[in-house]
Design a protein around this ligand. Structure first.
Ligand code: PLP
Length: 378
């Protein structure tokens, strides 16, 4: 349940879908460990595998390709560790990857090449070509991490074009599809990916579960020691209730709704009042809007909107509320404007009215701020 008002922070976490709630409530009735061979264990296993099948459909992957994890973070980290285990001694990542990719890569002890993005926030494919061509044999197989859509701007990345380049070099393209899954086709083939990271709570499932999805060319290593769960790739008793909710949300999210009109109408009104749309010239997720207004600090916008009953984020909200310069907006060369940007993000429960309410609240805030700044006539 969300608090009364308008919730436009789906990129941080989507409200739980009713289908997920029903599936999880039913899963609470089960007792067994999916690894037990008795009747209760088998019932738990059946539920787990049914959920895996639902996620596999969303990801366009074989059942055995889906490894449940604790979320998108763990899925991304596991992909990078698997690439290192496969001999990668240089990691190519876009400059706008989520911190879980950036920090894992930078802490890995191997070379990290950050591929720049344009001012619109789209990865530079020529720079990727250059980095692949410059990869020495000693750096092992080519590994590239490129997200499907950015979590701060909603800007969609050319993963298929990147895949052609990576494939030609015999490499591995890992795609963080955490924000695109449930919003646009995000299967292995649709994205051209060798592996995908997914997170349930971004598409209306519960928090604390996700998946690393691997295609036929990808080998996922065992990271956590312990039992042989998840085909030996991830030890520990599975989160059965979470998996049930994830599966149901994945299935429900295959039916997409078009909310671009509501988002675009809001953007037009806000721009007329003085906002700048970040990444406006690029293809973006239909229900994500990153805007900035010079001299109107992000935190003030977020707090002002919250007081007006509209919940949004300043940059990436999944970094536990810490206010720090956004590496994404920095990589886009936005300079000081980066500190004046907020993200409005809709999802499965959003209506066109939500967008209208948010735009009106923002315009009211900004107009009041601007009038206070206007010099008083003598
Ligand atoms: N990748 C992206 C693009 C994200 O936006 C997030 C969270 O916001 C994550 C990964 C991490 O996902 P999780 O919260 O499931 O660990």
């Amino acid at each position: 349940m969300t608090a009364p008002g308008t919730y436009l922070d789906h990129c941080a976490s989507s409200p739980l879908r009713p289908e997920a709630r029903i599936a999880m409530t039913a899963a609470f009735e089960l007792t067994g460990n999916p690894s037990s061979v008795h009747a209760d264990g088998r019932a738990a296993r059946a539920l787990l595998e049914a959920a895996r099948a639902q996620v596999a459909v969303l990801a366009g992957a074989p059942l055995a390709g889906v490894t449940f994890t604790s979320g998108g973070t763990e899925a991304n980290v596991l992909a990078l560790r698997s690439a290192l285990a496969a001999g990668a001694r240089r990691l190519l990542i876009s400059a706008i990857e989520h911190d879980c990719i950036r920090e894992t890569a930078l802490a890995s002890g191997v070379d990290v090449v950050q591929i720049p993005v344009s001012r619109e926030g789209v990865v530079d494919l020529d720079a990727l070509d250059g980095a692949i061509a410059a990869q020495p044999m000693s750096a092992g197989p080519v590994f590239v991490a490129l997200m499907a859509a950015n979590n701060e701007t909603g800007v969609i990345q050319p993963t298929r074009e990147a895949a052609e380049r990576v494939r030609a070099a015999g490499g591995w393209l890992h795609v963080d599809a955490v924000q695109s899954a449930g919003r646009r086709p995000s299967g292995l083939e649709a994205l051209g990916a060798d592996s995908l990271a997914l997170s349930a709570h971004k598409l209306g499932g519960p928090q604390g579960i996700g998946a690393l999805v691997a295609g036929p060319r990808t080998r996922i290593v065992r990271d956590l020691p312990g039992g042989g769960q998840e085909h030996g790739r991830r030890a520990g008793t599975q989160n059965l209730i979470g998996a049930a909710g994830f599966g149901a949300a994945a299935q429900a999210s295959v039916i997409r709704r078009d909310l671009r009109a509501g988002r675009d109408e809001a953007a037009t009104a806000m721009v007329r009042a003085g906002a700048i749309v970040i990444g406006a010239g690029a293809e973006r997720l239909d229900d994500v809007l990153c805007i900035a207004a010079p001299d109107f600090a992000s935190e003030l916008q977020v707090m002002g909107l919250d007081l007006a009953g509209v919940r949004v984020s300043a940059g990436a909200a999944c970094s536990s509320g810490k206010v720090q310069a956004s590496h994404v907006l920095g990589a886009m060369g936005l300079g000081d404007l980066a500190g004046c940007a907020i993200r409005l993000s809709g999802g499965w429960s959003t209506t066109a009215e939500d967008w209208r309410t948010a735009a009106a609240a923002w315009i009211d805030l900004y107009t009041r701020l601007a009038s206070r700044r206007r010099p008083v006539a003598a």
